[in-house]
Design a protein around this ligand. Structure first.
Ligand code: C2E
Ligand code: CA
Ligand code: CA
Ligand code: CA
Length: 278
């Protein structure tokens, strides 16, 4: 039994160090990917139920690691942990601004791009952020950018965060709280941060048609948002049945495969031109 104990301890510590090694490896690969600009972005339409049209797109990062696509789910947490997330966020914002300028020139003047930024970026000791400068550098209106606040590692409470978010909001940007209901402190963020939009996580949406309790929750989230004057985006909508429920509950926007998967930038203008609701 003694031997067994020691063996399983050794096995466990081996697992831990393998995990640490893997993460260290990923960190190094990420650093060189940032250096070499090995990222691109795709754009997922967000449909306004009121306007029955596409009014926004979420900007989603893609990493091409030596010809192999790595999902953001597999590298964003590491980027947050090792302080690389700001650089990645800046990269994405620049790509989004470049694309938005193109759309503007083609006459799509009211489109908003939703850019994901990690709440963790605020806790790395920054007193200012260059996001507004970037938007102005492209001669874009701050109203055309919405920042989606994400958190995949628990971010410490931070007053600086509130100050910076207020600054973005006063300049005209909008702020969305991402993955509502799954984060570490969704309700607390809602209470403390200046939030314009709340995004209901896909988990609630996909269970809504199967579990009555989840439909009740989605309904309650939408009512709460309305009472607070916040708009609601439902994420990960795949089925007509889900759209129907969300319409009946008064949801404002829908994002998900039901309308479209994320699109390569060269497909955006055609998609906007061809879009028909229902
Ligand atoms: P998210 O912000 O919740 O983004 C939505 C994710 O759900 C995207 O996955 C999208 O492709 C996927 N999705 C959208 N509609 C559907 C649907 O109908 N069904 C299903 N099954 N999935 C759907 P993706 O692109 O793999 O991104 C995963 C996560 O990585 C994002 O989740 C976000 O948290 C993070 N992420 C992506 N890009 C960035 C970025 O530029 N910066 C930061 N900080 N995080 C990012
Ligand atoms: Ca998001
Ligand atoms: Ca989300
Ligand atoms: Ca999500």
């Amino acid at each position: 039994a003694k031997d067994n104990g020691r063996n399983s301890y050794e096995f466990y510590s081996q697992l831990l160090s393998d995990k640490a090694n893997k993460e260290e490896q990923l960190k190094l690969s990420l650093e060189s990917a940032i250096e070499n600009n090995d990222f691109c972005v795709v754009y997922q339409p967000i449909v306004s139920l009121k306007n029955k049209s596409v009014t926004k797109f979420e900007v989603l990062i893609r990493w091409n690691m030596h010809g192999k696509w790595v999902s953001p789910v597999d590298f964003i947490p590491t980027a947050e942990k090792f302080g690389l997330i700001s650089k990645i966020g800046d990269l994405v914002l620049n790509l989004a601004c470049t694309e938005l300028c193109k759309l503007r020139k083609m006459g799509f003047s009211d489109i908003v791009f939703n850019v994901n930024r990690s709440i963790y970026e605020f806790s790395s000791g920054v007193n200012d952020i260059s996001w507004l400068d970037t938007i102005k550098k492209y001669d874009l209106n701050p109203e055309s950018i919405c920042f989606e606040l994400t958190e995949s590692v628990l971010a410490p409470e931070n007053d600086r965060c509130i100050t910076l978010l207020n600054k973005l909001q006063s300049a005209g940007c909008t702020i969305a709280l991402d993955d509502f209901g799954t984060g570490y402190s969704s309700l607390n963020y809602l209470r403390r941060f200046p939030i314009d939009t709340l995004k209901i996580d896909r988990g609630f949406i996909s269970e809504m048609t199967k579990v009555e309790g989840d439909k009740v929750l989605v309904s309650a989230i939408i009512s709460m948002a309305k009472a607070l004057g916040i708009s609601v985006v439902a994420e990960g909508v795949e089925l007509k049945q889900e759209v129907d429920i969300l319409v009946s509950l008064g949801c404002d926007y829908i994002q998900g495969y039901y309308f479209s998967k994320p699109l390569a930038p060269e497909l955006l203008s055609q998609y906007l031109t061809d879009f028909e609701y229902g």
